[in-house]
Design a protein around this ligand. Structure first.
Ligand SMILES: [Mn+2]
Length: 537
Protein backbone atom coordinates (compact mmCIF):
# COMPACT_ATOMS: atom_id res chain seq x y z
CA UNK A 1 0.00 0.00 0.00
CA UNK A 2 1.23 3.46 -0.83
CA UNK A 3 1.98 5.36 2.37
CA UNK A 4 0.75 8.91 2.80
CA UNK A 5 3.62 11.30 3.52
CA UNK A 6 3.28 13.81 6.35
CA UNK A 7 5.63 16.68 5.67
CA UNK A 8 6.68 19.88 7.38
CA UNK A 9 8.42 22.78 5.65
CA UNK A 10 11.83 22.93 4.01
CA UNK A 11 13.62 24.18 7.10
CA UNK A 12 12.31 21.61 9.51
CA UNK A 13 12.29 23.25 12.91
CA UNK A 14 11.34 21.31 16.02
CA UNK A 15 7.63 22.09 15.57
CA UNK A 16 7.68 20.67 12.04
CA UNK A 17 9.50 17.53 13.21
CA UNK A 18 7.40 17.09 16.36
CA UNK A 19 4.09 17.63 14.61
CA UNK A 20 4.76 15.23 11.70
CA UNK A 21 5.82 12.52 14.17
CA UNK A 22 2.78 13.25 16.33
CA UNK A 23 0.27 13.32 13.49
CA UNK A 24 1.65 10.15 11.87
CA UNK A 25 1.33 8.39 15.25
CA UNK A 26 -2.23 9.71 15.62
CA UNK A 27 -3.35 8.57 12.16
CA UNK A 28 -1.45 5.26 12.34
CA UNK A 29 -3.31 4.49 15.56
CA UNK A 30 -6.40 3.86 13.43
CA UNK A 31 -4.61 2.46 10.37
CA UNK A 32 -1.19 1.09 11.36
CA UNK A 33 1.56 1.85 8.84
CA UNK A 34 -0.63 4.02 6.63
CA UNK A 35 1.19 7.30 7.24
CA UNK A 36 4.88 8.10 7.09
CA UNK A 37 6.40 11.08 8.94
CA UNK A 38 8.88 12.84 6.64
CA UNK A 39 11.01 15.95 6.33
CA UNK A 40 12.33 17.82 3.31
CA UNK A 41 15.32 19.56 4.87
CA UNK A 42 18.26 19.16 7.19
CA UNK A 43 17.48 18.53 10.85
CA UNK A 44 18.28 21.39 13.20
CA UNK A 45 20.52 20.78 16.20
CA UNK A 46 17.49 21.48 18.39
CA UNK A 47 15.24 18.93 16.67
CA UNK A 48 18.08 16.36 16.71
CA UNK A 49 18.45 16.92 20.46
CA UNK A 50 14.73 16.34 20.99
CA UNK A 51 14.78 13.16 18.86
CA UNK A 52 17.78 11.86 20.81
CA UNK A 53 16.24 12.74 24.18
CA UNK A 54 13.05 10.81 23.43
CA UNK A 55 14.72 8.03 21.45
CA UNK A 56 12.89 8.54 18.16
CA UNK A 57 14.25 8.01 14.63
CA UNK A 58 14.30 11.20 12.53
CA UNK A 59 11.46 11.42 9.99
CA UNK A 60 12.38 10.08 6.56
CA UNK A 61 14.21 12.58 4.36
CA UNK A 62 12.29 13.26 1.13
CA UNK A 63 14.06 15.45 -1.40
CA UNK A 64 11.13 15.76 -3.75
CA UNK A 65 7.58 14.47 -4.26
CA UNK A 66 7.77 14.67 -8.05
CA UNK A 67 6.38 11.29 -9.15
CA UNK A 68 9.11 8.85 -10.13
CA UNK A 69 9.45 5.51 -11.85
CA UNK A 70 9.50 3.89 -8.39
CA UNK A 71 5.90 5.12 -7.88
CA UNK A 72 4.63 3.25 -10.97
CA UNK A 73 3.29 -0.27 -10.84
CA UNK A 74 5.95 -1.81 -12.99
CA UNK A 75 5.43 -5.02 -14.95
CA UNK A 76 8.01 -7.59 -13.83
CA UNK A 77 7.63 -10.23 -16.56
CA UNK A 78 10.94 -11.35 -18.05
CA UNK A 79 12.61 -14.47 -19.48
CA UNK A 80 16.11 -15.89 -19.39
CA UNK A 81 18.27 -16.19 -22.51
CA UNK A 82 17.51 -19.87 -23.18
CA UNK A 83 13.71 -19.55 -23.25
CA UNK A 84 12.44 -20.41 -26.75
CA UNK A 85 10.61 -17.89 -28.86
CA UNK A 86 7.44 -20.01 -28.74
CA UNK A 87 7.19 -19.47 -24.98
CA UNK A 88 7.89 -15.76 -25.34
CA UNK A 89 5.11 -15.46 -27.92
CA UNK A 90 2.75 -17.29 -25.54
CA UNK A 91 3.76 -14.94 -22.71
CA UNK A 92 3.06 -11.92 -24.90
CA UNK A 93 -0.38 -13.35 -25.74
CA UNK A 94 -1.27 -14.22 -22.17
CA UNK A 95 -0.30 -10.83 -20.74
CA UNK A 96 -1.13 -8.70 -23.77
CA UNK A 97 2.36 -7.23 -23.96
CA UNK A 98 4.57 -6.43 -26.91
CA UNK A 99 8.03 -6.73 -25.43
CA UNK A 100 9.66 -9.14 -23.03
CA UNK A 101 12.97 -8.30 -21.33
CA UNK A 102 15.65 -10.98 -21.33
CA UNK A 103 18.01 -11.52 -18.37
CA UNK A 104 20.99 -13.69 -17.55
CA UNK A 105 20.89 -16.28 -14.75
CA UNK A 106 21.53 -13.55 -12.17
CA UNK A 107 18.63 -11.41 -13.30
CA UNK A 108 20.75 -8.81 -15.13
CA UNK A 109 19.21 -7.29 -18.25
CA UNK A 110 20.85 -8.55 -21.46
CA UNK A 111 18.25 -7.75 -24.10
CA UNK A 112 14.63 -7.54 -25.10
CA UNK A 113 12.46 -9.54 -27.49
CA UNK A 114 9.84 -7.43 -29.18
CA UNK A 115 7.23 -8.25 -31.78
CA UNK A 116 9.60 -7.00 -34.48
CA UNK A 117 12.34 -9.30 -33.26
CA UNK A 118 9.95 -12.22 -33.41
CA UNK A 119 8.91 -11.46 -36.97
CA UNK A 120 12.54 -11.16 -38.02
CA UNK A 121 13.40 -14.55 -36.53
CA UNK A 122 11.09 -16.19 -39.08
CA UNK A 123 12.60 -14.33 -42.00
CA UNK A 124 16.17 -15.03 -40.97
CA UNK A 125 15.43 -18.70 -40.62
CA UNK A 126 13.71 -19.08 -43.98
CA UNK A 127 16.55 -17.39 -45.83
CA UNK A 128 19.28 -19.66 -44.56
CA UNK A 129 19.79 -22.89 -46.52
CA UNK A 130 20.71 -25.05 -43.57
CA UNK A 131 18.35 -25.30 -40.68
CA UNK A 132 19.81 -25.63 -37.24
CA UNK A 133 18.20 -26.00 -33.86
CA UNK A 134 20.06 -24.55 -30.91
CA UNK A 135 20.24 -27.24 -28.21
CA UNK A 136 17.20 -27.01 -25.94
CA UNK A 137 15.43 -29.30 -23.48
CA UNK A 138 13.74 -32.20 -25.22
CA UNK A 139 10.45 -31.50 -23.45
CA UNK A 140 10.46 -27.87 -24.54
CA UNK A 141 11.16 -28.95 -28.08
CA UNK A 142 8.35 -31.51 -27.90
CA UNK A 143 5.97 -28.87 -26.58
CA UNK A 144 6.80 -26.48 -29.41
CA UNK A 145 5.96 -29.01 -32.10
CA UNK A 146 3.05 -30.50 -30.06
CA UNK A 147 4.83 -33.85 -29.95
CA UNK A 148 4.75 -36.84 -27.64
CA UNK A 149 8.12 -38.22 -26.57
CA UNK A 150 8.14 -41.94 -27.40
CA UNK A 151 11.85 -42.55 -26.80
CA UNK A 152 13.95 -40.23 -24.65
CA UNK A 153 17.59 -40.81 -25.60
CA UNK A 154 18.79 -37.54 -24.11
CA UNK A 155 17.33 -34.65 -22.11
CA UNK A 156 18.31 -32.12 -24.75
CA UNK A 157 18.14 -31.98 -28.50
CA UNK A 158 19.77 -29.79 -31.14
CA UNK A 159 21.75 -29.68 -34.35
CA UNK A 160 21.11 -29.74 -38.09
CA UNK A 161 17.65 -30.77 -39.10
CA UNK A 162 16.20 -31.98 -42.38
CA UNK A 163 12.85 -33.08 -43.77
CA UNK A 164 13.13 -36.46 -45.42
CA UNK A 165 11.12 -37.35 -48.52
CA UNK A 166 13.69 -39.57 -50.21
CA UNK A 167 13.85 -43.37 -50.46
CA UNK A 168 15.76 -45.30 -47.74
CA UNK A 169 18.95 -45.90 -49.76
CA UNK A 170 19.26 -42.22 -50.71
CA UNK A 171 18.69 -41.30 -47.08
CA UNK A 172 21.64 -43.41 -45.97
CA UNK A 173 23.98 -41.57 -48.37
CA UNK A 174 22.66 -38.08 -47.90
CA UNK A 175 22.09 -37.65 -44.21
CA UNK A 176 25.40 -38.53 -42.59
CA UNK A 177 25.92 -34.95 -41.36
CA UNK A 178 22.46 -34.37 -39.97
CA UNK A 179 21.29 -34.71 -36.39
CA UNK A 180 17.51 -34.58 -36.54
CA UNK A 181 15.13 -35.77 -39.24
CA UNK A 182 11.43 -35.14 -39.83
CA UNK A 183 9.69 -37.95 -41.62
CA UNK A 184 6.18 -39.04 -42.60
CA UNK A 185 4.36 -42.37 -42.43
CA UNK A 186 7.10 -44.46 -44.09
CA UNK A 187 8.41 -47.30 -41.95
CA UNK A 188 11.32 -48.16 -44.26
CA UNK A 189 12.65 -44.60 -44.15
CA UNK A 190 12.08 -44.43 -40.39
CA UNK A 191 14.13 -47.62 -39.94
CA UNK A 192 16.88 -46.27 -42.20
CA UNK A 193 17.09 -43.07 -40.16
CA UNK A 194 17.17 -44.93 -36.85
CA UNK A 195 19.96 -47.15 -38.08
CA UNK A 196 22.00 -44.01 -38.90
CA UNK A 197 22.02 -43.26 -35.16
CA UNK A 198 20.69 -39.73 -35.41
CA UNK A 199 20.01 -37.71 -32.29
CA UNK A 200 16.35 -37.32 -32.99
CA UNK A 201 13.60 -38.55 -35.24
CA UNK A 202 10.28 -36.72 -35.56
CA UNK A 203 7.38 -38.57 -37.06
CA UNK A 204 4.88 -36.11 -38.54
CA UNK A 205 1.22 -36.22 -39.50
CA UNK A 206 0.14 -38.36 -36.56
CA UNK A 207 1.55 -41.48 -38.23
CA UNK A 208 1.51 -44.70 -36.30
CA UNK A 209 4.88 -45.78 -34.87
CA UNK A 210 5.70 -49.44 -35.34
CA UNK A 211 7.28 -51.37 -32.53
CA UNK A 212 10.35 -52.13 -34.63
CA UNK A 213 11.08 -48.41 -35.02
CA UNK A 214 10.64 -47.75 -31.30
CA UNK A 215 12.94 -50.65 -30.41
CA UNK A 216 15.51 -49.50 -32.97
CA UNK A 217 15.44 -45.97 -31.54
CA UNK A 218 15.95 -47.29 -28.03
CA UNK A 219 18.86 -49.46 -29.17
CA UNK A 220 20.56 -46.72 -31.21
CA UNK A 221 19.98 -43.91 -28.69
CA UNK A 222 17.65 -41.91 -30.94
CA UNK A 223 15.05 -39.67 -29.31
CA UNK A 224 11.76 -40.41 -30.97
CA UNK A 225 8.93 -37.88 -31.10
CA UNK A 226 5.50 -38.16 -32.65
CA UNK A 227 3.30 -35.21 -33.58
CA UNK A 228 -0.02 -34.58 -35.32
CA UNK A 229 1.47 -31.55 -37.09
CA UNK A 230 2.30 -31.98 -40.75
CA UNK A 231 5.77 -31.40 -42.10
CA UNK A 232 5.06 -27.82 -43.11
CA UNK A 233 3.70 -26.89 -39.66
CA UNK A 234 6.71 -28.45 -37.99
CA UNK A 235 9.00 -26.29 -40.15
CA UNK A 236 7.11 -23.21 -39.03
CA UNK A 237 7.11 -24.19 -35.37
CA UNK A 238 10.81 -25.05 -35.44
CA UNK A 239 11.57 -21.39 -36.03
CA UNK A 240 9.91 -20.77 -32.69
CA UNK A 241 12.38 -23.05 -30.96
CA UNK A 242 15.08 -20.41 -31.22
CA UNK A 243 16.18 -19.20 -27.80
CA UNK A 244 15.58 -15.62 -26.70
CA UNK A 245 19.30 -14.88 -26.95
CA UNK A 246 19.17 -15.40 -30.73
CA UNK A 247 16.28 -13.07 -31.49
CA UNK A 248 16.65 -10.43 -28.77
CA UNK A 249 17.88 -6.92 -29.35
CA UNK A 250 20.58 -5.59 -27.09
CA UNK A 251 20.21 -1.82 -27.53
CA UNK A 252 17.53 -1.32 -24.89
CA UNK A 253 16.22 2.02 -23.60
CA UNK A 254 16.81 2.10 -19.84
CA UNK A 255 15.29 3.91 -16.88
CA UNK A 256 16.21 4.16 -13.22
CA UNK A 257 13.73 3.97 -10.31
CA UNK A 258 14.66 7.56 -9.43
CA UNK A 259 13.89 8.98 -12.90
CA UNK A 260 10.84 11.24 -12.98
CA UNK A 261 7.66 10.18 -14.79
CA UNK A 262 8.32 12.96 -17.30
CA UNK A 263 11.74 11.49 -18.09
CA UNK A 264 10.17 8.03 -18.35
CA UNK A 265 7.56 9.33 -20.83
CA UNK A 266 10.24 10.88 -23.03
CA UNK A 267 12.27 7.64 -23.02
CA UNK A 268 9.30 5.34 -23.63
CA UNK A 269 7.62 7.40 -26.35
CA UNK A 270 10.97 8.09 -28.00
CA UNK A 271 11.92 4.43 -28.32
CA UNK A 272 10.98 2.09 -31.16
CA UNK A 273 9.85 -0.45 -28.55
CA UNK A 274 7.49 2.09 -26.96
CA UNK A 275 8.89 0.65 -23.73
CA UNK A 276 11.95 0.92 -21.49
CA UNK A 277 13.56 -1.39 -18.96
CA UNK A 278 14.09 -0.31 -15.36
CA UNK A 279 17.64 -1.17 -14.35
CA UNK A 280 19.76 0.09 -11.47
CA UNK A 281 23.56 0.27 -11.27
CA UNK A 282 23.78 -3.43 -10.37
CA UNK A 283 22.36 -4.24 -13.83
CA UNK A 284 19.48 -6.19 -12.26
CA UNK A 285 16.19 -5.79 -14.12
CA UNK A 286 13.44 -4.24 -11.97
CA UNK A 287 10.77 -4.38 -14.66
CA UNK A 288 9.51 -2.81 -17.84
CA UNK A 289 7.69 0.51 -18.32
CA UNK A 290 5.32 0.69 -21.27
CA UNK A 291 2.80 3.20 -22.56
CA UNK A 292 0.13 1.43 -20.52
CA UNK A 293 2.21 1.74 -17.33
CA UNK A 294 2.32 5.49 -17.89
CA UNK A 295 -1.42 5.98 -18.42
CA UNK A 296 -2.57 6.56 -14.81
CA UNK A 297 -2.06 10.03 -13.32
CA UNK A 298 0.49 9.23 -10.59
CA UNK A 299 0.65 11.63 -7.67
CA UNK A 300 2.28 11.23 -4.24
CA UNK A 301 -0.29 11.73 -1.47
CA UNK A 302 0.88 14.26 1.10
CA UNK A 303 -0.34 15.99 4.25
CA UNK A 304 1.33 19.33 4.94
CA UNK A 305 1.98 20.51 8.49
CA UNK A 306 3.25 23.80 9.86
CA UNK A 307 3.18 25.61 6.48
CA UNK A 308 0.75 26.46 3.72
CA UNK A 309 2.95 28.23 1.16
CA UNK A 310 4.43 26.71 -1.97
CA UNK A 311 7.79 28.40 -1.37
CA UNK A 312 8.12 26.57 1.95
CA UNK A 313 6.84 23.22 0.74
CA UNK A 314 8.73 20.18 -0.47
CA UNK A 315 10.06 20.22 -4.04
CA UNK A 316 7.48 18.99 -6.57
CA UNK A 317 4.44 19.86 -4.43
CA UNK A 318 2.60 21.05 -7.59
CA UNK A 319 2.73 17.45 -8.84
CA UNK A 320 1.53 15.89 -5.56
CA UNK A 321 -1.96 15.32 -4.23
CA UNK A 322 -2.39 17.36 -1.06
CA UNK A 323 -4.90 15.61 1.21
CA UNK A 324 -4.80 17.90 4.22
CA UNK A 325 -3.09 20.98 5.63
CA UNK A 326 -2.70 21.77 9.34
CA UNK A 327 -1.00 25.04 10.23
CA UNK A 328 -0.85 27.98 12.57
CA UNK A 329 0.65 30.56 10.18
CA UNK A 330 -0.88 33.23 7.98
CA UNK A 331 -2.56 31.98 4.82
CA UNK A 332 -0.18 31.62 1.93
CA UNK A 333 -0.19 30.60 -1.66
CA UNK A 334 -1.06 26.91 -1.92
CA UNK A 335 -3.95 26.08 -4.20
CA UNK A 336 -5.22 22.54 -4.66
CA UNK A 337 -6.98 20.62 -7.44
CA UNK A 338 -9.43 18.86 -5.13
CA UNK A 339 -11.10 19.99 -1.91
CA UNK A 340 -8.81 19.34 1.05
CA UNK A 341 -9.13 19.27 4.82
CA UNK A 342 -7.65 22.53 5.98
CA UNK A 343 -7.15 23.36 9.63
CA UNK A 344 -5.53 26.64 10.47
CA UNK A 345 -5.59 27.74 14.09
CA UNK A 346 -3.55 30.73 15.21
CA UNK A 347 -2.08 28.98 18.25
CA UNK A 348 1.58 28.87 19.25
CA UNK A 349 2.57 25.77 17.33
CA UNK A 350 1.31 23.06 14.99
CA UNK A 351 2.28 20.54 17.67
CA UNK A 352 -0.40 22.16 19.85
CA UNK A 353 -3.08 21.43 17.23
CA UNK A 354 -1.89 17.82 16.93
CA UNK A 355 -1.90 17.44 20.74
CA UNK A 356 -5.54 18.57 20.74
CA UNK A 357 -6.34 15.80 18.25
CA UNK A 358 -5.05 13.24 20.76
CA UNK A 359 -6.92 15.01 23.58
CA UNK A 360 -10.24 15.12 21.74
CA UNK A 361 -9.96 11.50 20.60
CA UNK A 362 -9.15 10.39 24.15
CA UNK A 363 -6.05 8.57 22.91
CA UNK A 364 -2.93 9.50 24.90
CA UNK A 365 0.23 9.58 22.75
CA UNK A 366 3.11 7.20 23.54
CA UNK A 367 5.70 8.91 25.81
CA UNK A 368 8.28 9.50 23.01
CA UNK A 369 5.58 11.01 20.79
CA UNK A 370 4.38 13.19 23.67
CA UNK A 371 8.01 14.30 24.13
CA UNK A 372 8.31 15.33 20.49
CA UNK A 373 5.02 17.26 20.55
CA UNK A 374 6.10 18.95 23.76
CA UNK A 375 9.41 19.90 22.10
CA UNK A 376 7.54 21.38 19.15
CA UNK A 377 5.41 23.60 21.40
CA UNK A 378 8.35 24.66 23.59
CA UNK A 379 10.44 25.50 20.52
CA UNK A 380 7.81 27.56 18.69
CA UNK A 381 6.60 29.41 21.81
CA UNK A 382 10.01 29.67 23.50
CA UNK A 383 8.63 27.97 26.60
CA UNK A 384 5.31 29.81 26.31
CA UNK A 385 7.04 33.23 26.27
CA UNK A 386 6.31 34.20 22.66
CA UNK A 387 3.53 36.68 21.95
CA UNK A 388 1.93 33.96 19.81
CA UNK A 389 1.32 31.78 22.88
CA UNK A 390 -2.30 30.91 23.72
CA UNK A 391 -4.13 28.96 26.42
CA UNK A 392 -4.24 26.05 23.99
CA UNK A 393 -0.44 25.84 24.11
CA UNK A 394 -0.36 26.07 27.90
CA UNK A 395 -2.99 23.31 28.22
CA UNK A 396 -1.15 21.14 25.73
CA UNK A 397 2.08 21.37 27.73
CA UNK A 398 0.25 20.55 30.95
CA UNK A 399 -1.20 17.48 29.24
CA UNK A 400 2.02 16.29 27.57
CA UNK A 401 4.71 16.88 30.22
CA UNK A 402 3.65 14.05 32.61
CA UNK A 403 3.31 11.61 29.70
CA UNK A 404 6.73 12.56 28.33
CA UNK A 405 8.17 12.43 31.84
CA UNK A 406 10.11 15.71 31.72
CA UNK A 407 9.88 19.06 33.46
CA UNK A 408 8.84 21.41 30.65
CA UNK A 409 10.82 24.38 31.95
CA UNK A 410 14.07 22.53 32.67
CA UNK A 411 13.90 20.53 29.49
CA UNK A 412 12.80 23.64 27.57
CA UNK A 413 15.93 25.59 28.58
CA UNK A 414 18.13 22.68 27.46
CA UNK A 415 16.26 22.37 24.19
CA UNK A 416 16.40 26.09 23.37
CA UNK A 417 20.10 26.27 24.20
CA UNK A 418 20.70 23.55 21.62
CA UNK A 419 18.49 25.47 19.23
CA UNK A 420 20.54 28.64 19.50
CA UNK A 421 23.68 26.65 18.73
CA UNK A 422 25.73 29.77 18.15
CA UNK A 423 29.18 28.40 18.82
CA UNK A 424 30.74 26.68 15.84
CA UNK A 425 28.35 28.29 13.35
CA UNK A 426 29.39 31.03 10.92
CA UNK A 427 27.30 34.18 10.61
CA UNK A 428 26.23 32.97 7.16
CA UNK A 429 25.00 29.70 8.73
CA UNK A 430 22.96 31.69 11.23
CA UNK A 431 21.48 33.91 8.52
CA UNK A 432 20.37 30.99 6.35
CA UNK A 433 19.32 28.48 9.01
CA UNK A 434 15.82 29.74 9.73
CA UNK A 435 14.52 31.94 6.93
CA UNK A 436 11.09 32.69 5.58
CA UNK A 437 10.38 34.44 2.31
CA UNK A 438 7.46 36.84 1.90
CA UNK A 439 6.08 39.04 -0.80
CA UNK A 440 5.16 42.31 0.85
CA UNK A 441 3.83 45.24 -1.17
CA UNK A 442 5.57 44.07 -4.35
CA UNK A 443 8.91 43.41 -2.65
CA UNK A 444 10.50 40.01 -2.19
CA UNK A 445 11.66 39.88 1.41
CA UNK A 446 13.61 37.14 3.18
CA UNK A 447 13.58 37.29 6.96
CA UNK A 448 16.16 35.27 8.87
CA UNK A 449 15.54 34.90 12.57
CA UNK A 450 18.39 34.06 14.93
CA UNK A 451 17.67 33.35 18.57
CA UNK A 452 20.38 34.78 20.80
CA UNK A 453 20.87 34.84 24.55
CA UNK A 454 21.19 38.67 24.55
CA UNK A 455 21.50 41.67 22.23
CA UNK A 456 25.27 41.65 22.81
CA UNK A 457 25.64 39.07 20.11
CA UNK A 458 24.21 41.33 17.41
CA UNK A 459 26.30 44.34 18.54
CA UNK A 460 29.55 42.37 18.63
CA UNK A 461 29.08 40.82 15.17
CA UNK A 462 27.37 43.80 13.48
CA UNK A 463 30.01 44.29 10.74
CA UNK A 464 30.06 40.64 9.73
CA UNK A 465 26.29 40.39 9.84
CA UNK A 466 25.85 43.39 7.52
CA UNK A 467 28.48 42.07 5.12
CA UNK A 468 26.94 38.58 4.90
CA UNK A 469 23.39 39.93 4.60
CA UNK A 470 24.38 41.99 1.55
CA UNK A 471 25.98 38.98 -0.09
CA UNK A 472 23.01 36.71 0.67
CA UNK A 473 20.54 39.27 -0.71
CA UNK A 474 22.37 39.32 -4.07
CA UNK A 475 22.69 35.52 -4.07
CA UNK A 476 18.99 34.97 -3.46
CA UNK A 477 17.93 37.78 -5.81
CA UNK A 478 15.50 39.42 -3.40
CA UNK A 479 14.76 43.08 -2.66
CA UNK A 480 15.40 42.84 1.05
CA UNK A 481 17.18 40.32 3.27
CA UNK A 482 16.50 40.90 6.96
CA UNK A 483 18.37 39.48 9.92
CA UNK A 484 16.35 39.44 13.13
CA UNK A 485 18.39 38.63 16.26
CA UNK A 486 15.90 37.87 18.99
CA UNK A 487 16.57 37.57 22.69
CA UNK A 488 13.91 35.79 24.63
CA UNK A 489 15.45 36.94 27.87
CA UNK A 490 15.43 40.63 26.94
CA UNK A 491 12.11 40.40 25.12
CA UNK A 492 13.53 42.33 22.17
CA UNK A 493 15.13 41.93 18.75
CA UNK A 494 18.00 43.59 16.92
CA UNK A 495 17.16 44.06 13.25
CA UNK A 496 19.59 44.22 10.32
CA UNK A 497 18.53 44.72 6.72
CA UNK A 498 20.26 44.49 3.34
CA UNK A 499 18.77 46.21 0.31
CA UNK A 500 19.18 49.10 -2.11
CA UNK A 501 20.46 52.20 -0.25
CA UNK A 502 17.51 54.36 -1.27
CA UNK A 503 15.03 51.71 -0.12
CA UNK A 504 16.79 51.30 3.23
CA UNK A 505 16.86 55.05 3.77
CA UNK A 506 13.17 55.42 2.98
CA UNK A 507 12.52 52.58 5.47
CA UNK A 508 14.64 54.42 8.03
CA UNK A 509 16.97 51.45 8.25
CA UNK A 510 20.20 53.32 7.51
CA UNK A 511 21.47 52.96 11.04
CA UNK A 512 21.73 49.29 12.00
CA UNK A 513 21.00 47.31 14.05
CA UNK A 514 17.60 48.73 14.91
CA UNK A 515 16.62 47.85 18.48
CA UNK A 516 12.99 46.70 18.63
CA UNK A 517 11.36 46.19 22.04
CA UNK A 518 8.72 43.42 22.31
CA UNK A 519 9.56 42.25 18.81
CA UNK A 520 9.69 38.48 19.33
CA UNK A 521 7.75 36.76 16.59
CA UNK A 522 8.78 37.08 12.99
CA UNK A 523 5.28 36.25 11.86
CA UNK A 524 3.17 38.12 14.38
CA UNK A 525 5.39 41.06 15.28
CA UNK A 526 7.98 41.78 12.64
CA UNK A 527 6.14 41.07 9.37
CA UNK A 528 3.08 43.27 10.18
CA UNK A 529 5.35 46.04 11.48
CA UNK A 530 7.72 45.84 8.55
CA UNK A 531 4.89 45.53 6.02
CA UNK A 532 3.41 48.73 7.39
CA UNK A 533 6.79 50.50 6.93
CA UNK A 534 7.09 49.21 3.37
CA UNK A 535 3.59 50.37 2.55
CA UNK A 536 4.32 53.82 3.93
CA UNK A 537 7.75 54.16 2.25
MN1 LIG B 1 5.33 26.06 13.75
Amino acid sequence: MEKILILGHRQPDTDSIGSVIGYAAFLNHGEPGSHLPARCGKLSAEASFALKTFGIEPPLYIKSVVPRVADLSINRISVTRDVPVADIAALMDAHDIRNVPVTDERGRLVGMVGEHGLARSYVRQTRSGERTITPLPLDTFARIISARVVVRASDTIGGQICIVIDAPDIVRKKLVNHDIAVVGDNEAVQQALVSLGMKGLIIAGGAKVREGVTEGAQRMGVSLLVTDLDVFDIGTMLNLSLPASMVMETEIPRLSLTDTIDQAKRTVFGSKFRAACVVENDGILRGIVTRTTLLPDIRRKVILLDHNEVSQAVEGIEQAEILEIIDHHRLGSISTLKPVKFLNDPVGSTSTIITEKFLHAGIPPQPPVAGMLLSGIISDTLILKMSTTTDHDRNAITYLAPIAGVDPHQFGIQLLEKGMNLSGATIEDLLTRDTKQYELFGKQVIVAQVMVPSSDFAQTHAREIRHDLNRLRVQRGVDLYLGMFTSMVENASELFAAGEGTLLRSLELGDQPVHLENMMSRKKDLVPWFGERLRAS
